[in-house]
Design a protein around this ligand. Structure first.
Ligand SMILES: NC(=O)c1ccc[n+]([C@@H]2O[C@H](COP(=O)([O-])OP(=O)(O)OC[C@H]3O[C@@H](n4cnc5c(N)ncnc54)[C@H](OP(=O)(O)O)[C@@H]3O)[C@@H](O)[C@H]2O)c1
Length: 378
């Protein structure tokens, strides 16, 4: 990389921070940020993709820069698009702006772009560099890249547990394990994902609402997994299905048992199953088909175990509360089959611990989840 490009690194970092402001609102589009520098290298405009269906980052940045962009540089976190989607191609706006150089963090693998944007700009005589801060850009848009590459959403697993590793007491009581700050963090997470997933056990034991309170930029569909379709007749999810969507996955043939849920506005969909329950991959394929980018699996132990056994987790959010409840019968967070040897244990990458009010927030990524989208070497 030339020193002229390296000098632009702080601007690319700024553009990445701008891009992140679209988290939860831009999906299923990527988060994108842009900074326009004038011919002397001074910032004259910036913007980000604020909401799906609305103007792209470059267009917002050029709107602020106006004529001052002429002869300058566009620093942007993703290759400008070159196709008509919900808005016109950004390459048109870049060419019209009169910038002489475009520095992008990464190419856009979206099939209708995929290098086409760079080519159009080069054909128009604009100098184009791709790859400045690419790792950071890929990390930011890891869920977008995973959905494009695999057709499956990015899977966040979340649980709250006591110091002795329990997610409920022996009687099934689980309100509240974590403190207020952790619960707030969970509501923020819910407010930016496309779906919140739980199993029949959690619906039966906790009768949760699973909404984000206060609401975030996104309204998550509440997803219930129940092969048996033995869901309670009265449930908050069912009672509020007309306000916030509910999707119930069940085993083929059991849909009639959920006629009441369907009549109350829940969507009921059948999937292939096995002795151990519904196929996790079939669930994710369906959510991906709906272009859901991020899903949050909230439990309980059966469902979290199924996702781990299936190798379907990407990111972990664990809240540990300084409480001890004891009891052999009190459940631990992750069921399923698990591994037989400690040597085979899953070790989260980039594992961190931070205070969360009275609790501790543990965060990490499943090994391979970042490298699959081209983030590596850290
Ligand atoms: N502290 C926390 O963070 C937290 C969060 C959530 C829940 N919880 C606690 O967890 C407990 C419930 O846990 P749980 O393990 O009994 O219930 P669960 O994981 O919520 O639900 C398990 C059920 O999900 C259905 N299912 C469908 N596909 C599955 C698959 N592939 N693998 C596994 N299950 C599948 C099955 O129902 P069918 O038989 O109908 O197929 C199964 O019985 C409650 O006590 C609740 O309070 C705690």
């Amino acid at each position: 990389m030339t020193s002229a490009l390296r000098d632009l690194e702080p601007w690319m970092c700024h553009a990445l921070a701008l891009a992140a402001r679209g988290r939860g609102a831009a999906e299923p589009n990527p988060m994108v940020g842009a900074v326009v520098l004038d011919a002397a290298g001074n910032p004259v405009g910036e913007g980000w993709h604020e909401r799906f269906g609305e103007a792209h980052a470059e267009v917002n940045a050029f709107a602020r820069a106006g004529e001052r962009a002429r002869g300058g540089t566009l620093v942007v976190t993703l290759e400008p698009c070159c196709h008509w989607g919900k808005t016109p191609p950004c390459t048109d706006a870049v060419i019209r702006s009169g910038v002489r150089r475009v520095v992008a963090a990464m190419a856009d693998p979206f099939p209708r772009v995929a290098g086409g944007g760079v080519q159009i700009l080069r054909d128009a005589g604009i100098e184009v560099h791709v790859g400045l801060c690419e790792g950071e850009a890929r990390r930011l848009n890891a869920p977008y890249l995973k959905l494009l590459g695999t057709g499956r959403p990015w899977v966040h697993l979340k649980w709250a547990m006591t110091l002795d590793g329990k997610i409920a007491t022996r009687t099934g009581d689980s309100k509240w394990i974590s403190g207020e700050a952790s619960r707030r963090a969970v509501h923020e997470l819910r407010g930016r994902v496309d779906a919140v997933v739980v199993g029949r056990g959690t619906v039966t034991a906790d009768d949760p609402l699973l909404t984000a309170r206060p609401p975030g930029p996104r309204l998550a569909t509440r997803v219930v997994l129940s092969a048996s379709a033995e869901l309670p007749d009265r449930a908050l999810l069912r009672a509020t299905a007309r306000e916030v969507p509910v999707l119930v996955f069940t085993a083929a043939g059991n849909e009639p048992k959920l006629a009441g849920w369907a009549a109350d506005g829940c969507e009921v969909l059948s999937l292939p199953g096995s002795d151990t329950g519904l196929s996790v991959d079939a669930v994710l394929a369906e959510l991906g088909r709906r272009r859901m980018t991020n899903v949050l699996v909230e439990g309980g132990a059966g469902v979290l175990g199924a996702f781990l056994d299936a190798g379907a987790a990407d990111e972990f959010h664990v809240f540990v509360s300084p409480k001890l409840v004891g009891g052999t019968a009190a459940p631990s967070p992750v069921g399923g089959t698990g591994v037989g040897r400690i040597a085979d244990a899953l070790r989260p990458a980039e594992f961190t611990a931070a205070p969360s009010g009275e609790d501790v927030y543990l965060h990490g990524f499943a090994p391979g989840s970042l490298s699959r989208v081209g983030v590596g070497g850290r």
